[in-house]
Design a protein around this ligand. Structure first.
Ligand code: AMP
Ligand code: ZN
Ligand code: FE
Ligand code: FE
Length: 286
């Protein structure tokens, strides 16, 4: 038997953002980028929205790639913010759509509150322009950071977080997030599987991993652009020990002014996509 990789082998990127949340690219552009990099499968995982899923599916198909429907929900666990990836969700599920619609409204309110805190600091943001930009998608701090940078009030987009809207900075407003338990239940209700996103970002999340993994997760995002080789080994061992599925992705937000896009930094062997798809099907039959 040949050991050559076939088209159904290859690699996947299961964590990518589009302009429906805080990425710079349309789902079509995301698919083009993935295709150029030789990926066999992708998953669009926008923050708190599935508005881009249909376009991503069509764009992936056009480029001869697979698309796994996805979302990245911001949730809270005790006093921590954790991100939870949902794979294989039915993007038309009414319970999911209603919950995401609430989160969208909360994000809009929060952006207005942050803008109100930025005004006395000499930064006037045009909220209508930001809303027009996100269209049916959700507003995130990245949108505000880009505008602050464009206005010349921060040297880089990152600098805008460091000076103004990062946690603990003068214009920061926390998000009204759902609990991690509720986010996982929501993903399950929509027929998907819940994965703990980038457990290696943020010391506190990593420290509380044993507690976090007592929740009803189906898998862990082992591979991520910001995970060190040591973290990847640790998370792989945890996944094996606890019989959890493994996912991975770049968390690409497109190209920044001076930053290249992150896509291509993580190449998840396609085998994991097959395991996830099998588990999604098994769950649906229960
Ligand atoms: P939000 O969900 O609106 O709180 O925005 C957080 C998102 O902004 C993260 O998921 C990242 O995509 C992005 N981000 C980029 N740089 C930073 C930073 N320094 N601190 C927090 N978030 C950042
Ligand atoms: Zn983001
Ligand atoms: Fe995240
Ligand atoms: Fe992300």
């Amino acid at each position: 038997m040949s050991t050559q990789p076939t088209a159904s082998a290859g690699y996947a990127d299961l964590h990518v953002h589009s302009c429906y949340s805080d990425g710079a690219d349309t789902p079509m552009r995301v698919a083009e980028r993935a295709c150029k990099l030789g990926f066999a499968a992708i998953s669009l995982t926008d923050h708190d929205t599935v508005e881009g899923v249909g376009e991503a599916e069509a764009a992936a198909r056009e480029h001869g790639m697979e698309h796994l429907s996805g979302v990245e929900i911001s949730a809270r666990f005790q006093n921590l913010e954790v991100h939870i990836l949902g794979y294989g969700i039915n993007a038309g599920n009414q319970t999911l759509l209603a919950a995401l619609s609430d989160l969208r409204r909360e994000r809009d309110l929060r952006a207005v509150r942050m803008a109100a805190k930025l005004a006395p600091l000499g930064i006037e943001l045009d909220m209508d322009a930001i809303r027009a930009e996100v269209r049916r998608g959700v507003i995130g701090r990245m949108h505000l950071a880009r505008k602050i940078h464009e206005l010349g009030k921060a040297k880089t987009v990152q600098d805008a977080f460091d000076k103004y809207i990062g946690r603990g900075k003068p214009a920061f407003v926390p998000k009204e997030a759902v609990t991690a338990d509720a986010a996982i239940a929501l993903i399950h209700t929509a027929g998907g599987l819940a994965f703990l996103a980038h457990p290696g970002i943020g010391k506190e999340v990593e420290r509380r991993l044993p507690q976090l993994l007592t929740l009803d997760f189906d898998g862990i995002e082992v591979y991520h652009s910001k995970h060190t080789p040591g973290q990847i080994t640790t998370f792989t061992m945890l996944a094996v020990e606890r019989d959890l599925l493994i996912s991975g992705g770049s968390d690409c937000h497109g190209e920044g002014k001076r930053e290249p896009a992150d896509m291509g930094k993580v190449r998840l062997p396609h085998y994991h996509v097959l395991r996830i798809q099998e588990a999604v099907r098994a769950r649906k039959q229960v």
